[in-house]
Design a protein around this ligand. Sequence first.
Ligand code: SF4
Length: 782
Amino acid sequence: MATSKKYKRSHPHGLVSDRIPEALEGLKTTRIPKVATGIPAIVHSLGYGLSEMGPVRMTRAWLAVNQKNGFDCPSCAWADPDDDRHPFEFCENGAKAMADEATTQRVTPEFFARYSVAELSQKSDYWLNKQGRLTCPVILRPGYSHYRAISWDDAFQTIAKTLKQLSSPDEAVFYTSGKATNEAAFLYQLFARVYGTNNLPDCSNMCHESSGWALQQTLGVGKSTVTLNDLEHADLIFSIGQNPGTNHPRMLTSLLAAKRNGATIIDINPLPEVGLLRFKHPQEPMHLLGNGTRLSDRLLQVRINGDVALMKGIIKAVLEAEERWPGTMLDWDFIRTYTSGFEEFRQQIRDTQWEQIEEQSGIAREQIVEVGEMAASARSTVICWAMGLTQHRNGVENIRELVNLLLLRGNIGRANAGVLCVRGHSNVQGDRTMGIWEQMDSEFLNRLGSEFKFEPPRHNGYDTVETIRAMEAGKVKAFISLGGNFLSATPDTDVVARGLSRCDLTAFIATKLNRGHLVTGETSVILPCLGRTEVDVQASRPQFTTVEDTLGVVSSSRGVLAPVSENLKSEVAIIAGVAEATVGGRGDICWTDFLDYDRIRDRVSRVVAGFENFNERVRAPGGFYAPVAAKERRFNTATGKANFTVNLIRPIQLGAEQYLMMTIRSHDQFNTTIYGLDDRYRGVHGGRRVIFMNREDMAEAGLEERQLVDLTSHFETERRTIRDFSVIPYDIPRRCTATYYPETNPLVALGSVAEVSNTPASKSVVITIEASRGDAEVAALG
Ligand code: SF4
């Protein structure tokens, strides 16, 4: 394994994993605020909006975002209210995402003439993002140092030429970020499959793939089973492995509504996150003036990867209560009628010892039993989770264990109860519904083939991790990316960089420049596209697109701002252009017809189950719910029932000086986009290369606050080291640490993945921490 230092020497475009030098300067820590949102969120939203967009664009965007006739927030996938909406239906992060996209800053051909790719590679992610919107297609030709402007037609022909020359369609990969709309996603997967490959990795491979597999196995559907109304009227809510205050802030509004309706909220997380502790609703003046509302009733600071143990403890407490008061705690009608595997599951819980549960979860039995008794008596329970559960080697088992708890009391398929997997990017769920998956089932492929008169490839394609392996092995020659920042979002950054560099062609459909565009194949093309906020005129009229949120609501999105450049194309127009140049004439497809998006939706309605009359239904104000059979207690599983599962506690053994590290996001970022260098809800300002540690662990290791350290990850026999992180003492369980993504992605070994789902285990990385060696010592060591 090459160290980042070695890689830095060998890569033509400079540093990848050892980057952002300026982030070490100006690092400050402050008191952690006691309350989330409130006036500071309004001030930050305004400041960011005004400085990036100016008052006129800002006001237009703010009044249209998440409105029934407006555009969908380009940030997270949180759901909008079914009924009336507030005139300002967004959060601070939504405001940042809008401003980031609708910025008046421009990246022009002159910008690319000024900076070589090598020079741009030395800039931080923050700086790259700050340069503004891409305004024209550009190409980096073999042997050249700078991207240069190119016409759209030449760009399409360049991509088509490479794709046509590959010896197999499986030498091409079509990656999708979760921001792509349904129309773009449907067309993109159609293009890939007409071309001849199922190589359709996506960002879902890296986030909720574990949820999808676990929910399919247990409930027969890989999606949430609740509505916003269910969440707001639940009696008991578990929030596990997530940080809504930063990653999906409007969820706090729903939790506040639930609280006011009498809900009890249990927060399970290694870190106490401010958002769940106390929240001030920014749209309620009286609430703003008060102390806010405490949301979580109990915080269980579970050890990293202690979730299966903790969930087993809660379940054990429910089962023990049932044994004390037989027939009163479990929903026996539901268990007998709708489930399978109960007895085996119950026996395994009986056999699990409390000592093991306490040791592995890090939570005392009394606390677990108290929560178990709440679960046993709650009228309805919703469990919400995010990547704190999915990105572990046992990520699928984590989710299966949550489902076990819900099944005990019939909390699936009835009002105010169910599972809620809180998704990240705004249309990551919809993209999968539209066929972005490397292993879509034969039913979908049959319908696709018969609708478009071609024979889709039947063998599975590469997922994200498999793509990286194939790239490194030289089996991928062309990498096309619909949005996103593949390099920074993926694990094992240096390996990914090597793989991208081995491609003949990299092509990126993007709104803004990012680091992923700077580690390139022999030829590289950047294709600038319209953003969600912008008016999209095609086929002589404004078009609208559609998205599916985390609760399965499919709705329309209409941009309202003038595009930042006349030379932009929509994602749909770009895909249609590349497809026409590459596979034009194949199948019953006229790619240019699709510039009228109604025609895409007509075809979707004949291919995607549950999307019949798509055009008509999505025009209803607020859209419609995509079907989820489990909501009606129809379980499309192998047994035809909801399945209890047996999951083992599988401790991660740490050596004497080892720690578990999880990656987290700061308040000033969304996925790989860095809006700023602050994380005010954790009291960190002006820098991101930090590691949060337990104070006692610091003392034991002889580390001081703000001391610079080097981090080395240990996976099987492999070691990876990144340098110069500043130690921040934090309220986190012993032997657990947290660092920001994507800075520590280089520590996540490609082979460290969740079983079954192949999701990178970015939340349980075994590391050692050493005082930083400094440049001179590292240089002396060679
Ligand atoms: S919660 Fe998510 S979707 Fe809603 S405004 Fe905030 S960032 Fe956008």
